[in-house]
Each structure stands twice: as structure tokens, then as C-alpha cells.
Design a protein around this ligand. Structure first.
Ligand SMILES: Cc1cc2nc3c(=O)[nH]c(=O)nc-3n(C[C@H](O)[C@H](O)[C@H](O)COP(=O)(O)O)c2cc1C
Length: 180
């Protein structure tokens, strides 16, 4: 079975972005192994401490390498993606062997994107994330799911509208087709 690794751009317990990806994982789990990574222990990237990479980074790189596709659920912070997500992607963009970028776990990957955010629904965040991932030669699924929280902000459980549910299903189908 092929594997999809889900990455939340929010470290928050109860994150809406994690909740949305859990819904996607539920839809995809009959055909794919779905797992979520916890990268809350990786340090800020420091080129003085890259080679060898810290154990926490090596572990995350192994998990990312084991995936056939990645799904990134990004919140929007000030019209961009979060700093923790950028730090993770920076680590994944770097080689394990100095100078040999074919050893970088995060380059050239198949990626699906979603965002739950305030009023914008994360459209600014995802357009910037697309630009970043394209720079890393990733193939990005065209379909994406945007959820503008509106009056749902503050509720514990994320409940999707019919339109958002449709968008998520279409994105899951597109990713499944790309992995077929
Ligand atoms: C620092 C910060 C900046 C934010 N900026 C935006 C923004 O520019 N646009 C937006 O729609 N929501 C913005 N938000 C709201 C978050 O995107 C929203 O709370 C989202 O649900 C957080 O994701 P999470 O539930 O997965 O933690 C911001 C939140 C924070 C903490």
C-alpha cells in the first residue's frame, strides 16, 4: 500500500488544520497508509549544526522519505504560512550529504495542500506555499481545500459546509489518481 504523510503547519492541540487533514485521511485510509508527523521537537535551522543533523531532524526526514505523497495543512499567519512550517521545510530542503541535493527528503515530492484560516480561508498562505514547493521541484496537486472559519472560529470541532466537504473529496480523489 502506498503511504501519505500528513504535516500540520500548526503545533496547536486541537488545530483545525489537523482536524481537516484527519477528515482527508479518513477518506483515503481504505486505499493508503495515512500517518501524521510530530515535528514539534526539531530545532531552528542553524547551518553550524547541520552535518550531522540533530536526531529529531533525522527521524522526521526518515518519515518524510517513507511517504509516496505528502499532505500539508497550513494555517495562515499574516497572509503567509507559519514559521514552524517554514523551518521544517527548510530542514527538508537541505541535503543529508553536504552538496548532494538528491539526499534531501523534501525535494521533488508529490504534495497536496489545504488550509483552514480566518477570513481569507488561507488563500494567501497556500499561494506562497505553492511558490516555495515549486522552487523545491515538488509536484503540487491542483485541487486544494480552503476553509474560512468565520463564525466557526472558537468552536472545538471543525464542521465543514457541504461545499467544503465537496472540495475535500475532490482533492482526495485527485491525490489518489496521482498516486495510482
Ligand atoms: C499570528 C497569526 C496571524 C494570523 N493571520 C491570519 C491571516 O492573515 N489570515 C487569516 O485568515 N487568518 C489568520 N490567522 C488565523 C489563523 O489562520 C487561524 O486561527 C487558524 O485556524 C490557525 O490554524 P490552526 O487551527 O490549525 O491552529 C492568524 C493567526 C495567528 C496566530
Amino acid at each position: 500500500m502506498k503511504k501519505i504523510v500528513f504535516i500540520a503547519g500548526s503545533l496547536r492541540k486541537g488545530s483545525y488544520n489537523t482536524q481537516l487533514m484527519e477528515m482527508a485521511a479518513k477518506k483515503l485510509s481504505s486505499a493508503f497508509i495515512c500517518s501524521f508527523i510530530d515535528y514539534s521537537d526539531i530545532p531552528l535551522l542553524n547551518q553550524d549544526k547541520e552535518f550531522p543533523a540533530p536526531d529529531s531532524v533525522a527521524r522526521i526526514r526518515d518519515e518524510i522519505r517513507s511517504a509516496d505523497a505528502l499532505w500539508i495543512g497550513s494555517p495562515e499567519y499574516n497572509h503567509s504560512y507559519s514559521a514552524v512550517l517554514k523551518n521544517l521545510i527548510d530542514w527538508l530542503s537541505r541535503p543529508v550529504v553536504p552538496g548532494d541535493y538528491s539526499t534531501a527528503a523534501g525535494r521533488g515530492r508529490l504534495v497536496a495542500l489545504s488550509s483552514v484560516a480566518g477570513s481569507s480561508g488561507g488563500s494567501f498562505s497556500l499561494s506562497k506555499l505553492r511558490e516555495l514547493l515549486e522552487m523545491l521541484s515538488c509536484t503540487i496537486i491542483e485541487e486544494q481545500t480552503l476553509v474560512a472559519l468565520g463564525s466557526r472560529f472558537g468552536s472545538e470541532e471543525l464542521v465543514l459546509t457541504a461545499e467544503e466537504e465537496k472540495s475535500l473529496s475532490a482533492e482526495c480523489d485527485a491525490l489518489a489518481n496521482a498516486l495510482a
